[in-house]
Design a protein around this ligand. Sequence first.
Ligand code: ADP
Ligand code: TYD
Length: 206
Amino acid sequence: MTGLFIVFEGGDGSGKSTQVARLVDALRADGHTVVATREPGGTGIAEQIRRVILDPANVEMCDRAEALLYAASRAEHVHHVVRPALDRGDIVVSDRYMDSSVIYQGLGRGLGADAVRQLNLWATEGLRPDLTIVLDMPVELGLDRVGTPDRLELAPREMHERIRGYYQSMASTDPAHYVLLDAHRSIDAIAADVLAHVQPLLGAAR
Ligand code: ADP
Ligand code: TYD
């Protein structure tokens, strides 16, 4: 595998999709082959699973089913999209990946970070990102930015507060693989910061 796998993580409305688009544009303008993708989703089957997971009508879904559906969606995504692109030597930029499950399902829902990480390592045959960019901002501001809330965004405010803290500590414990950026700034300022962290990794990727 010779490509580069970059993931954006963070709370809802923190600007991940916006920054994925900005980074992808900058890398393409620089001549790189880039696959932009997102979770849950990224393939036909994974997008169908996404609709089931996020449908606010599915209030009765139990936490373990939720974790398994995210993992199933991720298995599809990695098998059909991410790994083939990395094998070609492309750059893959994903809006969320397995840390979303470790944090939302493992810690947020209380299923256990280790159990959820193991499930997802199995689902993905151990594929980890080269760099994860965590966008950090006050929960209130992020949730105010999202339109109609999905089933996860409707989770208690207290869970979203804990999620922010978990992302902050995850990033601080492994600085070789994570960077925590203040997302309460202009889109341009954040995009410049992102690029500065990605550029040193571009050596092997097409
Ligand atoms: P996420 O993917 O993390 O949910 P989005 O990128 O979809 O977040 O952004 C949520 C909303 O906030 C969008 O309307 C987007 O245009 C806006 N937004 C994103 N980044 C910023 C920023 N740095 N400053 C102000 N608004 C932003
Ligand atoms: P997403 O579409 O990225 O929402 P947003 O753009 O608002 O951040 O993700 C949908 C929701 O799914 C979001 O609330 C986070 C949640 N999620 C998990 O709980 N576990 C996961 O593994 C993933 C990928 C997302």
